[in-house]
Design a protein around this ligand. Sequence first.
Ligand SMILES: [Zn+2]
Length: 380
Amino acid sequence: MSLRIGVDIGGNDIKFGATNLDGDQVLLPDLVKRPSLAKDGPQQTIVQVLNGVQAVLAQLSAGWADVADIAVTVPCPCTPEGLIIEATNLGTPETKRAWQVPFGEYLAAAGRQASGMEIPVFACNDANAAGQDDDFVRYGLDASRRTSVFITTGTGLGGCIMINGSVHFGVGQAGELGHVKPALPAQYLDRFAADPNPLCGCGGYQCIEARAALKGLIRRVTWAVTDAGVAHIEKDLASRGERLNGQVLASLRALHAESPQRAAYEVRTFADRDQDALSRWLLEDWAIMIGVLFANLAPVVHPDLFIIGGGMTEMSDAGREWFISVVRRVYSEVNAQACFKPEASKEPGSTGCEIVWSVSRDQGWRGAILMGMRARPAGA
Ligand SMILES: [Zn+2]
């Protein structure tokens, strides 16, 4: 055995990569990709996964006997054995139930049939894998004393807590940070007055994810393009000396009429490329909620780092600087204790929790391999 295979199952595609046994060397220069058939249910996905694994082996001129294990990430809560607990972002309303299966066991059985060998399968949540990979890019395989909180924003808001280089699970699903429900600070009650009690996909209300992820943004854009929304935002912008751009509003209204989702996607482009005031106001919802989340978590875990990953990392340097400065400002407004100040804690005696961008670049497949290695020590 000489390699490990990592598989990242997403909504659009499935990505495959491979590393050496230590997990610190990438063996394929380019990732193998297959379209995701997750909407059709788990069986079709298993066929796609095996197909991709075979493509990886062919590129490496390797065989099944070289494979130590397969590690898979899924966009939902699951156990390390690959039991899908809730198919949050898998399947369609029709196929969601079909996904609540021991996917890891099915994949191991299919692998056994294809290879005639017993190849262990490890499964994990994609946000955990992203956090694990970020930690690897920062610190390598080092396991010295440190704690970080990692979040990833996009369709949902996922997260994990990393302790000494490993993801902390608790009884199983620790780090589901999108479903933390912190109170809104008084100074932001007015901003959210038209949307005081948002329902989350989990069935609860006021989760961070209900405001700081795509679904929340779609709901907010739908409100922002109404006369009442425009009036509210215009007034708020005026109070800080900014003006709403009528052309951008017209574009957002036209896009929204076509597809609310499309309008929500363009908000980030307008906010970043054009530094548009209205679009930035809308995305500030995310920055504010992330700042509030971090401020509430600081006294619980007192991490060295709060790390932001996911779609927002794709903005320009100026866009990233604007966004993270709002997160830091709100964090400091909510959390006034000096020991939790959002600055580096590299010097001895300093106790702050720095807020930074993720340095991992969509390498969740590698994060899965590294998590699997920690879950199953060498020789086990
Ligand atoms: Zn929730």
